[in-house]
Write a protein that binds this ligand. Structure first.
Ligand SMILES: Cc1cc2nc3c(=O)[nH]c(=O)nc-3n(C[C@H](O)[C@H](O)[C@H](O)COP(=O)(O)O)c2cc1C
Length: 450
């Protein structure tokens, strides 16, 4: 593949004045893709998306067209589309920029998707903290209603579509698709047992598709330029471009739209992306797909930022959060920080996750503070394995994948940096030296999980 020359599509208007307005979006050809899609039969629209090889950008990389085709045609209940804009995975910060700079791209994707699914209602679920993004999105929805894009007759056709914005209350778990559905229904964000999957029994018990913001923003390009063109941007199994969020020890952190054959190494070192590390620093480890993705060592960076390629390294492309750690980073401390997040965000429904995540955190604190024993190291691996064994990825013992997300970093950090864990135990201190705790210490003093 890679028969289509790379160009920026999702980020093409970012930074241009008024990029969030309907006027600017339409001046650049916006909503022409919707016109084209409305000329097709819904089943044809789904086929085009299948041909484009678009895969979900929310984390799991599930083929989008296939997901849409799971919605039963003969179910008499209404069908729904829910947009996942919860974006709370540490290291991931891309969807907020789409909402801020080009919300109409996502709205056009919503209209095409709803037409394909025969859905007449869409809920856009945004993370509670996204105040500015929520305002931008609501303003864009209002513009779309005024212009006849949403409402009783979408672009004058015999198709009605209503779109509502829902703001969460700041819980990571509500990004898990079934917890999101519970939250939209006004309940506590507790994931549901699957099957049944949302495509069959979703929002209010009706067939529902949940798609990520970036996934939906990708949809118009498939119809504007053709499924073959879109597929040609990527690999045989994965079309298009993708957004990656680069953070940690690099000179130029930020959100970059990249071709799917770009390696982790090139993302970090090429001048147009991260431009390397500050003088005197060397890469020690890289998280390639958000904090739940198993960590890579400095020797493993010649791998493309793409779903299948990262799988060969027993890790995942996830939600595109690439976090670079240099040699001054203590792997025990970094893992402890990640573990605290998952302990804080566990919904408490499943015993392995509810009990295991704070247990990991307590053990890691003990090891980092020089009070750990060899037995604690064994217990740490045992606790992580009780939540989810590794490898392979995705065989956890919990209702949702938050358990996997909490256990995979522990397994991979420990396997790849075992000597550093042992050095903490044997030297009875952090071999990288004590660092000021700053805000981290304050959080402890306030009684967050330890
Ligand atoms: C704990 C947890 C948190 C998640 N958070 C998000 C999120 O913030 N945004 C998102 O799009 N997907 C998130 N996901 C993945 C969703 O469950 C779902 O797979 C995704 O929204 C599907 O959209 P896609 O097919 O377009 O990728 C999360 C999954 C888990 C297990």
């Amino acid at each position: 593949m890679f028969t289509t020359p790379f160009e920026k599509i999702i980020t093409r208007a970012w930074g241009k004045p008024g990029s969030h307005s309907l006027e600017t979006y339409q001046a650049a050809g916006g909503y022409q893709a919707l016109e084209k899609a409305l000329e097709m039969a819904p089943a044809q629209v789904i086929d085009e998306v299948k041909k484009s090889n678009l895969r979900g950008r929310g984390g799991a990389g599930f083929p989008t067209g296939m997901k849409w085709s799971f919605v039963p045609k003969d179910n008499p209940k209404p069908k729904y589309l829910c947009v996942n804009g919860d974006e709370s995975e540490p290291g991931t910060f891309k969807d907020r920029y789409i909402l801020e700079h080009d919300p109409h791209m996502m709205l056009e994707g919503i209209a095409i998707t709803c037409y394909a699914l025969d859905a007449h209602v869409c809920y856009v679920y945004l993370r509670g903290e996204f105040k500015h993004q929520a305002e931008r999105t609501q303003a864009a929805i209002d513009e779309a209603y005024k212009a006849g894009i949403f409402g009783k007759k979408v672009l004058g056709r015999d198709f009605s579509l209503d779109c509502y914005l829902v703001r969460g209350a700041g819980a990571y778990i509500c990004g898990e698709e079934t917890a999101l559905l519970e939250s939209v229904e006004g309940k506590k964000g507790w994931p549901r047992l699957k099957p049944p999957f949302p495509a069959v029994v979703g929002l209010f018990g009706a067939p529902t598709v949940v798609n990520n913001v970036e996934t939906l923003a990708s949809v118009p390009h498939i119809f504007q330029r053709g499924a073959g063109w879109y597929a040609g941007l990527g690999t045989d199994k994965s079309g298009g471009t993708r957004l990656v969020c680069l953070s940690g020890t690099v000179k130029k952190p930020g959100v970059y739209e990249v071709p799917l054959n770009l390696t982790v190494k090139d993302l970090i070192f090429k001048p147009e992306y991260g431009n390397g590390l500050p003088a005197g620093r060397k890469v020690k480890a890289v998280i390639p797909g958000g904090s739940s993705a198993p960590v890579l060592t400095a020797d493993e960076l010649d791998v493309a930022l793409e779903f299948e390629a990262l799988k060969t390294k027993q890790t995942m492309a996830g939600s595109g959060g690439v976090v670079v750690m240099d040699e001054s980073a203590c792997m025990v401390r970094c893992l402890w920080r990640v573990a605290r997040f998952y302990a804080e965000e566990s919904c408490g429904q499943c015993t392995p996750c509810r009990e295991g995540t704070p247990w990991q955190t307590r053990l890691l604190r003990k090891i980092e503070e020089g009070r750990g024993t060899h037995e604690d190291l064994e217990t740490l691996v045992h606790v992580a394995s009780s939540i989810a064994p590794y490898p392979p990825i995705g065989l956890g013992n919990t209702i949702c994948a938050l358990g996997d997300a909490a256990a995979l970093p522990t397994h991979s950090f420990f396997q790849k940096f075992k000597d550093e864990f042992i050095a903490h135990v044997e030297q009875k201190k952090c071999p990288l030296g004590d660092k000021p705790w700053g805000a981290f210490q304050d959080a402890y003093n306030k009684g967050l999980p330890q």
